[in-house]
Ligand binder design. Sequence first.
Ligand code: FAD
Length: 447
Amino acid sequence: MRFPIHEGTPISWPGPHPTEADVVVIGGGVIGVCSALYLARSGLRVVLLEKGRIAGEQSSRNWGWIRQQGRDPDELPIMVEANRLWRELASETNVDIGLKTGGVTYLASTEKAMADYEDWLPHAQVNGVDSRLLTRAATAELIPGMSRTYVGALHTASDMRAEPWVAVPALAGIAARAGVSIVENCAVRELDIAAGRVIGVISEHGRIKAPEVVLAGGAWSSLLLRRHGVALPQLSVRATAAATEALPMVYPGGAADDEIAFRPRADGGYSLAAGGFHELFVGPDAFRALPNFLTQLRADPFGTRFLPGAPHGFPDAWGTPRSWTADDISPFEKMRVLNPKPNKGKLKALTRDFAALFPNIGPVRIKAAWAGMIDTMPDVVPVVDRVAALPGLTVGTGMSGHGFGIGPGMGKVLAALVTGAEVGHDLARFRLARFSDGSPMRLGPAL
Ligand SMILES: Cc1cc2nc3c(=O)[nH]c(=O)nc-3n(C[C@H](O)[C@H](O)[C@H](O)COP(=O)(O)OP(=O)(O)OC[C@H]3O[C@@H](n4cnc5c(N)ncnc54)[C@H](O)[C@@H]3O)c2cc1C
């Protein structure tokens, strides 16, 4: 099966784009779509530009977990709100996005993992989240039929899941009905800047005048910012995932141990992925950002595999231009949909490990396999901030592998940052300046 959103997917929103707006949102992933939606709901004229297809990159390629469990304490209140917003939004679409409250479970192989879960638990309690620790016996009872036992587990019954490649285009449909002008196959080449402030964007089809711009460009955000002299220590890592053919139901939620993560899919199969394994293609940004990432590397020295160079056209490939003019074809147009090849060795291991964990499940056959480039920050929490050096620009990026679930919450926060409305959350943790103002690096929980 070919991955469902690709460069040949028919364009749903062809444009042309208007020449004026109140806000231009760059990037049609879950963050850009949700930001645009809530901006339009606050009465603004919003244009959303996507260089490829809505949800063509991370936002369709993820596991679909909508999880509060294990979140950074400063993300958690936004995530709790996102849970509520997902339910609200699911009732506004005319398609089934597969939203299910099946729970999320982290299976502990060691006492140390259990201790880490226990340390995190107070954050759940403060935010009214129903996370709890399970004993060895309770874990075996929750997920019957496993060939091995675990020391215990962290379990959150109210965590959910949805089908990403259906859900995010469906959210875009809601945004369009709310008045957002969505244009696919339309890259922003540059920010339009005059007298030190952003006055719009220059797309491959021309200028849009707008006093406010939101950058939600996922893995491409740092490339665009660097073009305008703003440093963002963001890197992308490849993560491989797969969907199996239909199999009996073993557990209605998402679960993960150190080796494998699985959750049932709406089509009767399971999504499988390797928990805690990523691959970094080393390029110029990796060298530049290395000092910022040292704390993360020391904390998890074996979680990342290093590969010598990114494929042609990737954001941090050696040959990708770092500077261009508004008349040049930009790197964004040259790669409409970032579509890394999955790691074949990992796919074999996933099939083997899932079949070994559930010996009675029957033959595990992969129906589809894909990979995505996860945009990650040195402290594993995003940047959600107004850019002081470029008034008029707001950035929401670097969701660090957990932006799907929190998307609607972050979208609402970003809309409030633009309109000046009450944000309702403390965003100090997500400020851009934390990488340059001498703040100590504080890693988010690697749970
Ligand atoms: C394999 C995998 C598993 C994951 N599992 C989960 C999970 O279970 N739960 C969870 O919460 N998160 C998960 N994530 C993370 C989640 O998918 C991302 O954090 C989230 O989708 C990020 O959304 P985004 O909108 O910031 O970026 P993206 O979805 O990457 O969207 C950015 C968009 O911006 C566009 N763009 C970039 N530059 C320009 C430009 N100049 N002009 C126009 N358009 C531009 C791109 O084409 C792209 O479509 C996973 C990610 C992967 C890859």
